[in-house]
Structures are given as C-alpha cells and as structure tokens.
Design a protein around this ligand. Structure first.
Ligand code: TRP
Length: 338
C-alpha cells in the first residue's frame, strides 16, 4: 500500500457479542497494523446486527461498547482510527436508499454469503428484506468513506464484489466518478477453527476463546482442544491436519521452525498432546495477558470509552455527510441549494 494518497480503510463487526481470538487472527491484528499505514474507520455494526436479530435488539445494543472495548484492548488507537456506531450515522441509511435502486432482488439472492447465511438461519422464503439487502447497507458503509481497502475474511469477498458493482453502476448512471471502488485485504490465516475442531470459531457455538479470557479460562480452553482422536499414547504417530492445537500454533507461534519441528515429532510419534498443549498455552497466555489488562482498564472507565466512540461517530458523520452531498448533487436532489 504505497499509493501517493493515503489509503482509506473501512471495516467493522456486527455487535452481537464480545470478540474472540478468531476475530483477532481474522481482522483485529491486521487493523492494529493498518492504522499506521492508512486512515482507518472502524464500524460498530449494530444496524447490520439487527438484520438477523429481530427481538434480540437488547443483545445488539449492549454489545456495542463491548466490541469498542475489544478494539481498544487489542491496541486500536483512537488518535489513529475512527471508531463509530453505524446506527448513529443516518447518512449511511440514506446512501443505502439510493444504492438500493441499482441492484436487482435476483442479484441479491445470488450473493453467496447471503445464500449461505439464509441456509444457516433457516429463513427459507421468509427472508427479512433488511437481511437480503444488507450487502447494500455494507456497500453504503464502505463507499460513504470512499474506502480504498477493506480488510475482510474470505467469506466476505462477495460483499466487496457487490460493492464495486454498485460503485460502477452509480458512477455510470450519473456520468461522474463520485464513488470509489475498493479492494479486499485478506489476512494470511483467515479462519481459526473452533476448540472442538469445527471449521469456525464462534461464540454462539461455544467453541471460542474471548479476548478477555482469564489465565484459567485459557488453560481450560487449550486442554479441551480437539486433537487427533487416534493419537492415544504419546508414542503413537499423530496427525497434524485437522488438529486444533497445531492450527493454533500455525496462527499464533511466530517461530515457524519450532512449529515445524513439533509437527515432525508429533507425526513420527513420541510427542504427547499435553506437551504440545503446554507450548500453545504459554503462547496464548503471553498474547492475551496485555489485551486482558488493557480491557480491564477501559472497563473501569466506560465514560471515556463512550467519549471516544462519540467523537468517532461525529467525525464519521462529517465524512459520510460529505459523500452523501456529492451523491445527492449528482442525482439532482438539490432543490433548496442555489
Ligand atoms: N459484515 C461485517 C460482519 O459481519 C460487518 C460489516 C458491516 C462490515 N459493514 C461492513 C465489514 C463494511 C466490512 C465493511 O461482521
């Protein structure tokens, strides 16, 4: 990212619960770095969370500050990144309204992420319109800030594609380059498995390690990790593929050579699960300790957290408002301007 103009990054999380190590690997770690190279906007996506949490709005709103705490805990610096609340930036909803005219229902139904989520949630034909159109909401989030880069997991790639389709469609329609296309930034290890070996770590599946986990909780989590069910005795050869402990070592142990040696030893036989788990436990304890400490500090000063988010939201409204004026100008929605 060595553009002459500083890149603009927009990303965020649905506020359905505190974040966990899966988020750390998938996005948070990259965002802490990105804030030094780009102008970064971090979205607390409460509006989007409401699209599939009807009746659970309280859970959504209660977790807004929890996610903000997680951001601050991992080292997001409010002087470098703008943390803001989606629902408090009405310009985003307004921009979405104009973008909605530029996409067909059929196209929305073809979005692979939406398709998968509809299945997962069992909506069948009873799909809330707000849910079906959330990629357009996301496109509004991204384009309102003229984001050039969007860090995402690979499951979100169709969102970026759809955003860029909308950008081209809008610019073609008004015959002006108003909105800006963006590029996905994929992290290296995009997905951490759950403790149980399921493909994805998720709080609702109960297979996650929260960012504020206590030393005890970390040890318990590591000890409960799914390994190789056929590796009964330490002397047996073991399998590394699909083994959660090794997936975590790949993600969190920077000493690649050490991990390779452990893998080779495990495959040969003679290396017990408890030894590998001890190595991983030490690594995770060292990683989470400063995060947990910072989180506790901010938890003790919620007023300050709220202030950070309030200032971020004001700034986000300014930027989004600027883009919205251009959009409305390009559409001729300027009746009261001279
Ligand atoms: N879809 C993201 C999630 O599920 C949250 C999100 C909303 C987002 N708007 C976005 C991510 C724009 C990147 C860009 O957590």
């Amino acid at each position: 990212m060595s553009d002459v103009k500083q890149p603009v990054v927009l990303t965020g999380d649905r506020t359905t619960g505190p974040l966990h190590l899966g988020h750390y690997i998938g996005s948070l770690r990259a965002r802490v770095k990105l804030q030094h190279e780009a102008q970064q906007f971090l979205l607390l996506a409460d509006t989007q969370a409401l699209t599939d949490n009807v009746g659970r709005h309280q859970k959504v709103t209660e977790n807004v500050i929890e996610v903000a705490l997680d951001y601050l805990a991992v080292g997001i610096d409010p002087a470098r990144s703008t943390i803001f609340i989606q629902s408090q930036v009405p310009e985003l909803a307004e921009l979405m309204q104009y973008l909605l005219n530029l996409v067909s229902v059929a196209r929305l139904e073809r979005n692979p992420t939406i398709k998968a989520e509809i299945q997962l949630r069992g909506f069948e034909r009873d799909i809330p319109a707000g849910f079906l159109t959330y990629p357009v909401s996301q496109a509004a989030d991204i384009t309102a800030f003229k984001a050039t880069h969007v860090p995402v997991g690979d499951d979100q790639l169709p969102m970026i594609e759809q955003t860029n389709e909308l950008v081209r469609r809008f610019n073609n329609t008004v015959e002006r380059q108003v909105l800006v296309e963006c590029e996905a930034v994929l992290s290296q290890v995009t997905r951490l498995p759950g403790l149980d070996g399921k493909a994805k770590m998720s709080k609702s599946l109960g297979n996650a390690i929260p960012l504020g986990a206590s030393p005890d909780e970390i040890t318990k989590a590591v000890n409960s990790m799914y390994t190789d069910p056929n590796h009964l005795r330490a002397s047996d050869p073991g399998q590394v593929e699909g083994n959660v402990v090794f997936a975590f070592l790949d993600a969190f142990e920077p000493d690649v050579q050490k991990v390779d040696e452990l893998k080779a030893h495990y495959r040969r036989g003679g290396l017990g699960d408890s030894v590998v788990k001890r190595v991983l436990n030490e690594r995770l304890q060292a990683l989470i300790e400063p995060i947990r400490t910072r989180r506790r500090e901010f938890e003790g000063d919620r007023a300050e957290v709220l202030n950070i988010v309030r200032r971020g939201t004001m700034r986000a409204r300014e930027v989004a408002g600027g883009t919205l004026s251009e959009v409305k100008g390009a559409l001729g929605l300027t009746y009261f301007d001279q």
